[in-house]
Design a protein around this ligand. Structure first.
Ligand code: GDP
Length: 358
């Protein structure tokens, strides 16, 4: 499944956040694999629609979609016994589908900042610069080969031009993602450049900052068009240890309506370009993860490869229409349940029953 790789300077709260991601009891119960991979943290995507469906279909349980975060720093520590730590680190980022940078906003004189002071904008730049330099190196290595090919093969010229354009963006100190570049031609996409990956920025804030709308808007502005999440990693790591009622009390005392991990899951999902469709029956009401733009057979494949192979049709109704109708039977009688074929592009919140050959 798609993952976000967690990066950031030392002492910004990465481990604290990652502990919260891995200690989440709700996840551990439903997703035993979550604890198998020590460097992967899984967060459920909050989805109230599932509760409603479970009520309607008398489902025994609900299973939300999840988002996976890889603790890249953790991998690096393990790899440090070997050699080429820098390269290993970059290789690990390359494997992630999106980059999640944790940025320190919290002020605490007991926690040393590597640069001596808390400065979100310079922290972002430090990490960006590292990634940009790595990409420049990749491009400079690829360019002579492509240029040589282009001398004899005209059709290779657009690739050379695309690489040069990408290089210019990087030389200006910008990421390819922020410039909307880096995947124009297959030759460039194949290089799997780090800064073409979508970015999600997690600002690790104090309570005071979380309540300060203007400050949050300023921070968001720093990282546009990347996604931004604001949370207090320390509070998050405490919340996952508490029972429901104590967690609610703690949230209230810090003036938050929901755990920051909820917002993190939603943002991660968005950054990765994912969406969900829903199934419901007596066993479970469940949200399944697919790419935005996925077709009905691809959605069937998210449940089981056999469903995709034997796909015939999908019976589909939007969640809103189903709720309005009150039940699947009522929706069917009202002609609200559509029979969709292979070309159908899934919409977020489609409630689906697949018909397939086995
Ligand atoms: P890492 O090096 O990025 O993994 O950072 P850690 O998660 O180890 O955090 C470094 C120190 O900062 C630890 O002592 C944490 O307890 C502390 N810390 C992390 N998040 C917060 C926060 O939101 N507020 C405060 N005050 N301290 C934090």
């Amino acid at each position: 499944s798609l993952t976000l790789g967690i990066v950031g300077l030392p002492n910004v709260g990465k481990s604290t956040l990652f502990n919260a991601l891995t200690r989440n009891e709700a996840v551990a119960a439903n997703y035993p694999f979550a604890t198998i991979e020590p460097n992967v943290g899984v967060v459920p995507l909050p989805d109230q629609r599932l509760d409603k469906l479970a009520e309607m279909f008398e489902s025994a349980r609900t299973v939300p979609a999840t988002v996976s975060f890889v603790d890249i720093a953790g991998i690096v520590q393990g790899a440090s016994e070997g050699q080429g730590l820098g390269n290993q680190f970059l290789a690990n980022i390359r494997e992630a589908d999106a980059i999640c940078q944790v940025i320190r906003v919290f002020d605490d004189s007991n926690v040393v900042h590597v640069d001596g002071q808390v400065n979100p904008s310079s922290d972002i730049e430090t990490i960006n610069t590292e990634l940009i330099l790595a990409d420049l190196q990749t491009l400079e290595k690829a360019l002579p080969r492509l240029e040589k090919e282009a001398r004899t093969k005209k059709e290779r010229r657009p690739a050379v031009e695309a690489v040069q354009a990408a290089k210019e963006v990087l030389e200006e100190g910008r990421t390819l993602f922020s410039a909307g570049k880096g995947r124009e031609v297959p030759e460039l996409a194949e290089l799997n450049l780090l800064t073409t990956k979508p970015f999600l920025y997690v600002f690790n804030c104090d309570e005071g900052v979380l309540a300060d709308k203007d400050r949050l808007a300023e921070l968001r502005e720093l990282v546009a068009p990347g996604d931004a999440v604001f949370l207090d990693a320390k509070v998050e790591s405490e919340l996952v240890e508490l029972d429901e009622e104590s967690a609610r009390e703690l949230l209230e005392s810090v003036g938050q309506e929901e755990p920051g991990l909820n917002a993190l899951a939603r943002a991660g999902f968005h950054t990765l370009g994912l969406q969900t469709f829903l199934t419901a029956g007596p066993k479970e009401a469940r949200a399944w993860t697919i790419r935005q733009g996925a077709t009905a057979p691809e959605a069937a494949g998210a449940i089981h490869t056999d469903f995709q192979r034997g796909f015939i049709k999908a019976e589909i109704i939007s969640y809103e229409e189903l709720v309005e109708a009150g039940s699947m039977n009522a929706a069917r009688s009202a002609g609200k349940v559509r029979l969709e074929g292979k070309e159908y592009v899934m919409q977020d919140g489609d409630v689906v029953e697949f018909r397939f050959n086995v």
